[in-house]
Design a protein around this ligand. Structure first.
Ligand SMILES: [Zn+2]
Length: 222
């Protein structure tokens, strides 16, 4: 799945969202995830119906401004231009965090949708338990993205911010109207230019919502 499509073969959509299932990993103080059948044709019921219980920051999801800023927009008011359009996947091989110098070398541009592929993609989703030592965006790097006025930023584990910098990092981005997509799985995506489709559930006024996220490689020069 290269970022450069083979001639005459149309690029396919890649699902970069993680499956939502009972007992899946979640942020430590967030609700557990339950997806259970309350009616089941295998048990003689006329149809199969499931009950779903989860936090809005489950798996692949979008953070709304109201998650960290009072009296601001919910996830249902995130503009579509943050969620749909061209996106750049950049690979970060060094850890433990994405620093400002590293980010500056990537030259983030105004209006860009930037998705960070880190070692989280290959490592963290394989673990059933929460891994606190995930790769995150440093506060200095978040400030640089805010200054550069990117449109959207994405990361491949449950928070864009480190365990100690959650509040200031989220605020630095959300205050500038930068959309945050968390919980991506970019393990099958190469760095490069993609079309992004990210559709969070339309949860009225909510601080976040699970999202289905797809990427498709963009033909060169377009
Ligand atoms: Zn979140």
């Amino acid at each position: 799945m290269s970022a450069t499509p083979t001639p005459n073969v149309p690029p396919t959509w890649i699902d970069v969202s993680v499956p939502v299932r009972s007992g899946m990993v979640h942020w430590p103080d967030n609700p557990p995830i339950e997806l259970v059948r309350t009616m089941d044709m295998a048990r003689g019921d006329p149809c199969t119906v499931s009950h779903l219980s989860l936090g809005v920051h489950t798996g692949t999801h979008v953070d709304a401004p109201v998650h960290f800023l009072v009296n601001t927009a919910g996830v249902d008011a995130v503009p579509f231009d943050r969620l749909l359009g061209e996106a750049r996947v950049v690979e970060v091989s060094e850890g433990p965090s994405i620093g400002a110098a590293q980010l500056r070398a990537m030259d983030p541009r105004p209006g860009e949708r930037l998705l960070f592929k880190t070692r989280n993609s290959a490592r963290c989703w394989k673990a059933d338990r929460f891994l606190p030592d995930f790769v995150y965006l440093s506060l200095e790097a978040a400030a640089l993205l805010a200054e550069r006025r990117v449109r959207t930023v994405g990361i491949d584990y449950l928070s864009i911010a480190g365990m100690e910098e959650g509040v200031p990092t989220h605020r630095a981005l959300l205050e500038k109207g930068i959309c945050i997509i968390e919980g991506l799985d970019l393990s099958s995506v190469e760095p490069g230019s993609y079309e992004l489709i990210c559709l969070p559930l339309r949860l009225a006024g909510a601080d976040g919502a699970p999202a289905r996220v797809l990427l498709r490689a963009r033909p060169p020069g377009r």
